[in-house]
Design a binder for this molecule. Structure first.
Ligand code: GAL
Length: 692
């Protein structure tokens, strides 16, 4: 099927006369797929129950005629004005009780039966009308669930929350117990007394807030599932997806992925952030892992600048190509953009598009079309998969609980901490999966737990079993502290991990903003010397420290100044057939890298390619069609990359008029350069042969 290439297509923004040109230019840009109709509700149902599909039939037929596939949106992301006028109770409310009015988009309460029933009715019409249409290849439900309306706190949501609580707890006593309501006189006599955690004079009950985050995610997913049920019934066999967002707190990507036939992501790199490709790397790995390695779809990205950051830098020449290939290198089988043709009016007229205001004679259109040609030439990549020996754990429940108020420190930012742990692996060129704690870990040589404040006793036991069986594990501070109801595990921190880690944390000692402490040798406990003299783990650390008492673990580094001077900061504990490292602070990046390099060496995890120059990312995807080695130069200077064996630059071969050079044992990558290498075809020389 090849790599899908295209973007959001919003023809209702344009007179019909423009559509024929759209098709012609899409073909010129090698577009294979569009996502159509995302915001078309008001046009296809201009009045309640009055359907106006004729224009959309012509759009679908035109696309089919041009051989362009449609990932058809269910059009439910922005309800029409008549609906909220007739039913103002479907509008969402914030925690302050303030209504969010129409005029933007996503102005619906996810629990609203009015919204859901009208959405389902529309989807029934759409599915029945376009079932079997030659252009229809996939369904795109809603759009970016929880992007603007993350949670709703209205009366309708309150009633739905109480229904959810009754299913979860069955009795008010169980709820009181789970929420620790004995504290601050919060005990409920009846579940009917429960409200959403609306703005209160002080911290609302944390377990209530945590459940409300779970409920909010479930409410959004119920909207998605209601539409999906219609689609599965009327168009069985047509895959269904929705576009997830990166590190998006309201939506648990792992829970959603179980209900998506293919995982899809929108990712808007920030050209002003020097290392945003590392954030992209983390998110792409998570998307690939969400359905255990199944190829995923990059459903939206910007061809150039966005319009919603305070300062919107364009993607400089080559960046869009590089970052698009990065998605493919990390498992994507589709690269699409928002949007096909740049709007003249509305809120996104200064957002870049594949076809800019300036038309085809623009850098953006040329770069888009050239990239489309590259993907068209290397379609065999689609369907191939990659392998990783390292897993990084991520868990939305822990994220939700961690970032609630009333903690030792509110500076613990889940997304930032995840990247602190991902970066040293990415920079070392080590492939990595990002998986939830209940995934089978036995196939990994190394598992990294950035911070799992909330850890169930069962998941803690799974980590212990993994290490007992020979696994290598890294665990960072403030992990394993509370259970699923945000109640501290009794028995000294972190109770369910104490035996595994071989230590006890007596006191948390978070560091103030801007304060760093030194770590190194010189503690009061025996120091394990496993590094060259002069090169122990010494440097700076910030954000967090804690009083660690060793109970079998050995210290690899101590705090060497500040209040905790002399106490362990980093430890190692042999356990069963394996070993576990523990970090009681946030090490500065170079130190973190040194530690993880050593841990990897002990775990037997090597980078994909030896001698990879700094700034170059390497990944492999393999399948029946062969193996593809991707090299991506994120640096700003040209580099030479040695190859493990003579390989063919398939990208150059496919796109060069000359057919590219023959097999080579090294590649020169310009700044922002990309190479896709394959094993030489049988019969070609195994040594570099100029111009063959
Ligand atoms: C996404 C959204 C698109 C468009 C885009 C602009 O969040 O799904 O409809 O608004 O952002 O970057």
């Amino acid at each position: 099927m090849g790599i899908q290439f295209g973007g959001d297509y919003n023809p209702e923004q344009w007179p019909e006369a423009v559509w024929a040109e759209d098709l012609k230019l899409m073909k010129a840009a090698h577009v294979t797929t569009v996502t159509a109709g995302i915001f078309s509700w008001a046009k296809v149902e201009p009045r309640p129950g009055v359907w106006n599909f004729g224009w959309f039939d012509r759009v679908m037929d035109g696309l089919a005629g041009a051989g362009i596939d449609v990932c058809l949106a269910t059009m439910t992301a922005s309800p029409p004005p008549w609906l909220s006028r007739a039913h103002p109770e479907m509008l969402p409310e914030g925690p302050d009780g303030q209504r969010r009015w129409p005029g933007g988009r996503q102005h619906y309460c996810p629990s609203s039966p009015v919204y859901r029933s009208h959405a389902v009715r529309l989807v029934e019409q759409l599915a029945a009308r376009y079932a079997g249409h030659p252009a229809l290849t996939m369904w795109h439900v809603g759009n970016e669930y929880g992007c603007h309306t993350r949670q709703c706190f209205c009366e309708v949501s309150a009633a739905d929350f109480r229904r959810w609580l009754r299913e979860r707890y069955e009795s008010v006593d169980a709820l009181n117990d789970a929420w620790s309501t004995a504290f601050w006189s919060q005990a409920y006599g009846d579940i009917d007394e429960v409200l959403p955690p609306r703005a209160a004079p002080t911290f609302p009950n944390p377990a209530q807030q945590l459940d409300y985050l779970r409920f909010g995610d479930d409410a959004l997913r119920a909207c998605y599932l209601a539409e999906k049920a219609v689609l599965d019934r009327i168009t069985p066999g047509v895959p269904v997806t929705t576009n997830l967002m990166p590190q998006h707190k309201p939506v648990d990507a792992f829970a959603w992925a179980a209900h998506m036939d293919a995982v899809a992501l929108d990712f808007y790199q920030d050209p002003h952030a020097a290392d945003d490709h590392i954030r992209a790397g983390y998110v792409f790995d998570l998307m690939r892992s969400a359905r255990s390695g199944q190829p995923w779809l990059l459903l939206e990205q910007a061809p150039g600048a966005v319009n919603w950051r305070p300062r919107n830098g364009p993607k400089p020449p080559g960046a869009m190509r590089l970052w698009s290939w990065q998605a493919v290198a990390q498992g994507a089988d589709a690269v699409l953009y928002f949007q096909w043709r740049q709007s003249l009016g509305g809120a996104e007229k200064f957002h870049s598009a594949m076809l800019p205001h300036g038309g085809t004679d623009t850098r953006i259109f040329r770069e888009v079309a050239a990239l489309g040609a590259e993907f068209a030439a290397l379609g065999d990549i689609a369907g191939t998969r990659s392998r990783a020996e390292v897993a990084l754990l991520a868990d939305w429940h822990s994220w939700w609980a961690l970032e609630l108020d009333s903690k030792p420190s509110t500076a613990l930012d889940h997304s930032r901490i995840a990247l602190d742990h991902y970066r040293p692996l990415f920079e070392a060129g080590v492939p990595c999966d990002v998986v939830p704690p209940d995934r089978d870990l036995s196939g990994y040589r190394l598992v990294v737990v950035p911070n799992l404040y909330l850890l169930t006793a069962r998941d803690a036991e799974r980590l212990a079993t993994y290490v007992r069986g020979g696994g290598r594990l890294v665990v960072s501070f403030f992990t394993g502290i509370v259970d699923e109801h945000d109640r501290v595990h009794p028995g000294g921190y972190p109770a369910p991990l104490r035996e595994l880690l071989g230590l006890r944390i007596e006191e948390f000692w978070p560091l103030d903003q801007g304060v760093a402490v030194a770590v190194g040798e010189g503690g009061t406990t025996p120091h394990r010397r496993n590094r060259e003299p002069g090169g122990p783990y010494s440097g700076r650390a910030d954000l967090w420290s804690e009083v660690i008492g060793l109970e079998g673990a050995e210290a690899l580094a101590h705090f060497t100044d500040g209040e905790l001077a002399g106490r362990p900061a980093v430890t190692r504990h042999s356990y069963g057939q394996g070993a576990v490292w523990y970090l009681g602070t946030r090490l500065e990046p170079a130190l973190m890298r040194a530690l993880l390099d050593d841990v990897r060496a002990e775990a037997g995890v090597r980078p994909l390619l030896p001698g990879l120059p700094e700034g170059v990312q390497a990944t492999v995807r393999a399948g029946a069609e062969g193996q593809f080695l991707f090299l991506l130069n994120h640096g700003d200077a040209a580099v030479e990359v040695p190859l493990p064996a003579a390989m063919t630059d398939a990208l150059a071969a496919a796109t060069d008029a000359e057919g590219g050079a023959g097999p080579t044992d090294s590649v020169t990558l310009p700044a922002r350069g990309v190479a896709v290498l394959t094993e030489p075809a049988a019969g070609t020389a195994s040594t570099p042969a100029e111009g063959s």
